[in-house]
Each structure stands twice: as C-alpha cells, then as structure tokens.
Design a protein around this ligand. Structure first.
Ligand code: CTP
Length: 415
C-alpha cells in the first residue's frame, strides 16, 4: 500500500458503540496517510467509547452526530453526507446497528445515512462471539449482505469481554486493504476508444403539457457511461429526462424525443463502442396538438393516433462505414422465465443486428425499473451468460470490463 494511493477518494466512516471503536481511530489515521478524505459519523453509543474531539482531530473534519442538527441540515444534510463520498465504512458494526440496518430504520444519523447512500457499504462487525453466532444476528447479516453491503471480518480471537471466539473486529490494516480494493480504479484499457451510450426514457408530446413516456430512471445507462469513462473511453451520453446526475468525465447530450435521440446519436458517430440502454418510446403521437387538449366536448374515451418511432439501435447497427465496432443493445422484457427471456434477447440480437444483448426482466415485482439492482443475462454470438443480481453500478463495471476485454482480444471480430 502506498502513500497517496487513496488520493482524491472520500470515505464516510460510521463509528458505532463497541470497544473496537478505538481501532477506528487508527483506521482514520491510515486512511488519511494514504490521501483519503475521511468524514465521520459517530453514533451516541460510539461517543461513549471514543470522543468526538479525537475523531475530529484525526480526521481533520467536523464530526457528524445528530440526525436533526439544524446547522448540519442547513450546511450538509444527511442525504448529501451519504452521497458525497466514494464508500461508506461501518467500523465497528455492532449487533444493534446490523439489526437496525436490516430493518431499514432511519432513526439516527448513522442508519439514515446507510439508508440514503447510493455508494458501496463495507461493514466491519465487532461483538461478543455468542452475539455474532446468534441466529438473529446471522439473519441480519444475510439481509444486509443480500441488500448489497460487503463484510470484512469478524476474526476469531480474544474478545474484549474475556471470551474467545469469532467476533473481533478486523484489524485496521485488513479493513484498509479491503477499502483499497473496493476503491481501486480500473485499468484504463479503453484509452483512445470512443463510446456512445443512450440512457433514460424519451418523451413524446401529445400536446404542450402531456407526453407519452415510461418509467426508466436512466440509472443503468448512466452507470455504464461512467464505467466506460473510468476505463479511459471518451464517452458521449445521450439521455432523455432523468434525475440522475451527470457522470464524471462524460459528455452529456440531453434530448426529449426518440427522433432527437437518433439525431444526437448520429452526430456522435463515429464511435468504437455503442451501448443502447435507453427506453425509447416505441410510439409517438402522429400530430401533437398545438394547444392543450380540453375535455370539453370530447367523448369520455379518446383515440390517440400514434406512429412508430425510429429504432435507434437497429438504424445505427446496420452494416456500413459508421457501424460501431461493438454494438450492445438491451432487451427489457416482462418475462420472469430466464430461458424465454434469453430466447427473446436472441431474437432481438438477430433482428437488430447487434453484437450483444443485455436482457433483463423489468416486471414491476422485480424493482428493476427505477431501482438500484439488476439481474441480467448477456447474450452474445457465443451463447448466454446469466449474471447474479448486482447493484447497477456493478453490472456497469462488469459490462465495461467485458467490453474492454473483447476489444483487446480481437480488434476486428467480436464474439
Ligand atoms: N431501442 C432503440 N430505439 C427504439 C426502441 C428500442 O434504440 N425506438 C433499443 C433499446 O435502447 C434497446 C433495444 O432497442 O437497446 C431493445 O429495446 P426494447 O424496449 O427491449 O425492445 P423494442 O425494440 O422496443 O421491442 P418490444 O418493445 O417489442 O419488446
């Protein structure tokens, strides 16, 4: 581990109430030595073990303790605190904190931050061995890891209570090593490559105040643009209206309609890689009304004349000089059976002439549309791979790694 390895990285450290909290002071020091910014949340119980003053002195930052502190809420609300970091670390993660996390509680600053963050979470549990092995704690650990949190430790050894067993918090060096792995920047294997990504929904005007649209949040497409940029690609992201922040280092083109998305994509060509993650409205009203449609005088049911939107993916994947070297489409289906989902993805791959299709079930029960997690199957000429349910950022990272590997393996043909 080198000094400065975590330069420009920011860690939010939650210190809960356990005797191991003293080791977190050492962790702060080592993170700072490596150049990381460390902000700390100290729970009420945590403050019984280490003082806010030591935490503030070591981190060089104000310590955050109260959920409803007037100054904090005006200067930096808990939502911003939860998101203005690259990683949230909980050390020590006590049995009580794990239980409250598993329930999705938000009744103090630590739990509210853990619920509000969109960043990865690393937990370093610390407790008595009996408490750790209790089925209730094990259930809670299953729940929080199932929700995406990562664990480091606990280790076996002498415990503060005088007993011996599993429950010791991982040592600061081990926690630091995990933090470095989690924050490691991927190799810039896409340096010199150009990429185009579409994301979000489109809106097709019915009249000046209404539109046809869909529930796409843009989370997956934006994450893919960010992951490609992180690997060194120059990325143009063409996006419909979303609440997602612009990914760092990406050129963002905002559009509203499918036709505008096609025009913006054409303007971004030529590119080496194109990923079409947008949920383009399949139809648009034939003739949007110039003035707001009024109910007066209309029958209670009206027919809306629609026409098909251009298929952006199929248009840009046609053989020709500007076809990107690697074209990746998505197949959003309401189909729970993986075999049938993959079958449809295969059909879309062929009909739209793309190299890969990322298929997902977007039925309302899956929580994929607008949610943070995604379960995808990647269909290529070589077959279909089913990935585990992952955070959308992890799906993006894995897809970007796969894209980089494919371009490296063969500059011409994509398997
Ligand atoms: N797509 C596109 N332009 C469109 C419609 C879809 O570029 N007008 C792209 C999507 O971005 C996605 C792929 O085509 O990569 C498949 O989109 P999907 O909504 O799953 O399928 P559709 O082609 O719209 O077909 P259907 O709605 O009948 O399933």
């Amino acid at each position: 581990m080198s000094a400065g390895a975590l330069e420009t990285r920011s860690v939010l450290l939650v210190i809960a109430g356990g005797i191991a909290a003293y080791k977190s002071l050492e962790l702060i020091r080592r993170l700072k030595d490596r150049g990381a910014r460390v902000r700390c949340v100290l729970t009420r119980a945590g403050a019984e073990f280490v003082t806010p003053l030591s935490v503030a002195a070591l981190s060089g930052e104000k310590v955050h303790q109260e959920l409803l502190s007037l100054t904090d809420e005006s200067e930096m609300g808990h939502i911003r605190l939860a998101r203005d970091c690259d990683l949230v670390v909980v050390a020590p993660a006590t049995a009580d904190l794990l239980a409250r996390m598993a329930q999705g509680r938000a009744d103090d600053l630590a739990t509210a931050v853990l619920l509000a963050t969109d960043k990865p979470i690393l937990l370093a549990p610390a407790m008595n061995a009996q408490m750790w092995s209790h089925p209730a704690t094990q259930r809670n650990v299953q729940t929080v890891t199932g929700d995406g949190a990562h664990l480091v430790g606990p280790a076996a050894g002498d415990l503060a209570c005088g007993e011996v067993g599993v429950g010791r918090m991982a040592e600061p060096d081990e926690i630091l090593a995990r933090i470095e792995t989690m924050l490691a920047r991927p190799a810039r294997l896409l340096e010199g490559k150009m990429a185009l990504v579409t994301s979000g929904p489109t809106r097709e005007a019915i009249d000046p105040v209404r539109y046809l649209g869909n529930f796409s949040s843009g989370k997956q497409g934006h994450a893919i643009a960010a992951a490609l940029a992180e690997r060194g690609a120059r990325v143009v992201l063409v996006t419909g209206p979303t609440a997602e922040p612009d990914p760092a280092g990406v050129t963002v083109q905002r559009i509203e309609t499918g036709q505008q998305m096609l025009d913006a994509c054409r303007a971004a060509l030529p590119v080496d890689i194109a990923v079409f993650a947008a949920a383009v409205a399949d139809w648009r009203p034939v003739a949007p009304a110039a003035a707001k449609l009024k109910k007066d005088g209309q029958p209670s049911a009206i027919a809306l004349a629609v026409t098909e939107n251009p298929d952006i993916l199929a248009t840009l994947a046609r053989p020709g000089t500007t076809r990107p070297q690697l074209v990746v489409g998505f197949a959003a289906e309401t189909e729970a059976d993986p075999a049938r989902l993959i079958e449809r993805a295969r059909a879309k791959r062929a009909s739209k002439n793309c190299d890969w299709v990322v298929a997902n079930d977007v039925s309302p029960g899956t929580g994929v549309l607008g949610g943070r997690r995604n379960t995808v199957h990647v269909v290529t000429a070589g077959g279909a791979e089913s990935w585990p349910t992952l955070d959308k950022n992890d799906v993006a990272a894995r897809l970007a790694d796969r894209i980089a590997a494919a371009l490296q393996a063969d500059g011409r043909a994509i398997a």
